[in-house]
Ligand binder design. Structure first.
Ligand code: FAD
Ligand code: NDP
Length: 312
């Protein structure tokens, strides 16, 4: 069967594109993935607690609740949603093909909204102690008994790192925030909360070099980037918050990407290098990376797609 539009992804960008294309009577088929990139359908906001900056919720809303609302709205508008992870795409000719294991689907247009996945650092001991003290999601794992009243380490200097440190400070005896520079990338509002929290200590100009421990993490070896001296911080938890990698592997370089792997879109639009293929959300945005901008670009992709199909 030839679909008008297939949407790949499950975050604010994909569900917004689904709402708009469904309301335009394009009968979108959404592949929301099954733990694609280790993230549940709903995207990155499924791994966080309170969202305070998405307009329309004056008292905030939990990330999972916001995403389940968006998903339900897409269904209510007529989108069809499949919990399958797309593992390949054929974009050389129209109709385009997308595949999932043994199944293949054809479409006249494609919207890619696959977001981004948390980056790992590949330090010594990381593979062995992953999920045995090392995590990339404090909100998912931080409340586990193994981390309660223990010293913990967070790596990074962006909003995620600050948010994770603040969250962990509710359970930990102490949180060390290790950052490779001497200023934070996080927003001023988040920095203020961090600096006011006396259970968090910032360790400037350091990087982690080894996860220490036998069966479970017991410490993190860090290195001073200036004098290269090393020391071990006692810790039961190591939480990475060092940015994300765009989820584009299934495209096998068939679209133009930038040097970090983000899909290149034509300025002010969601058009990619392939006519009829559109990209929205964090998979094409390394600058803003917010739920509201992802949702906004999902709307843009739906409108660009609708124009493309009607001109076709
Ligand atoms: P994502 O949310 O990344 O979702 C993409 C989805 O596509 C995922 O579910 C993934 O599994 C799926 N997928 C990937 N590959 C495939 C495939 N091949 N087939 C099918 N499905 C696939 N922003 C804010 O505005 N406010 C906040 O308070 C805030 N807090 C945050 C807290 C944390 C811890 C993090 C990590 C981010 C936060 N952000 C916040 C940023 C925000 O979550 C992202 O900007 C937004 O979720 C990006 O939306 P997206 O739709 O582009 O993709
Ligand atoms: P960012 O890319 O903003 O920050 C990543 C951090 O990790 C940077 O401080 C970076 O250091 C550091 N880092 C990267 N690579 C390494 C490495 N190899 N070794 C050591 N440190 C490293 O990612 P975030 O996940 O923090 O944020 C992504 C987006 O999500 C942002 O737009 C952010 O605003 C948004 N967000 C918003 C929230 C909110 O509004 N409440 C909460 C969480 C995220 P350096 O600074 O030196 O580059």
């Amino acid at each position: 069967m030839l679909e008008n539009v297939i949407i790949i992804g499950a975050g604010p960008a994909a569900y917004t594109a689904a709402i708009y294309t469904a309301r335009a009577e394009l009968k979108p088929l959404v592949f929301e993935g099954f733990l694609a990139g280790g993230i549940p359908a709903g995207g990155q906001l499924m791994t966080t607690s309170e969202i305070e900056n998405f307009p329309g919720f004056p008292d905030g809303i939990s990330g999972p609740e916001l995403m389940m609302n968006m998903r339900q709205q897409a269904l209510n508008c007529g989108a069809r949603i499949e919990s399958k992870t797309i593992d390949r795409a054929g974009l050389s000719d129209s109709p385009f093909l997308v595949g999932c294991e043994t199944e293949e689907y054809q479409c006249r247009s494609l919207i890619i909204a696959t977001g981004a996945t948390a980056r790992r650092l590949k330090i010594a001991g990381e593979d062995r102690l992953w999920q045995k003290g090392i995590s990339a999601c404090a909100v998912c794992d931080g409340a586990l008994p193994m981390f309660r009243n223990k010293p913990l380490v967070v790596i990074g200097g962006g909003d995620s790192a600050v948010e994770e440190a603040l969250y962990l400070s509710k359970f930990a005896s102490k949180v060390h925030l290790i950052h490779r520079r001497e200023s934070l990338r996080a927003s001023k509002a988040m920095q203020k909360r961090l600096l006011e929290n006396d259970r968090i200590e910032i360790v400037w100009n350091h990087i982690p070099v080894e996860a220490v421990g036998d069966k479970f993490l017991t410490g993190v070896k860090i290195r001073d980037v200036k004098d290269h001296s090393e020391k071990i911080i006692e810790s039961s938890g190591l939480f990475y918050a060092v940015g994300h990698i765009p989820n584009t592997i299934f495209l096998n370089n068939q679209l133009e990407m930038d040097d970090l792997g983000y899909i290149v879109t034509r300025a002010g639009t969601t058009h990619t290098s392939k006519i009829g293929v559109f990209a929205c959300g964090d998979v094409q945005d390394k600058r803003y990376r917010q739920a509201i901008t992802a949702a906004g670009s999902g709307c843009m992709a739906a409108i660009d797609c609708e124009h493309f199909l009607s001109e076709e």
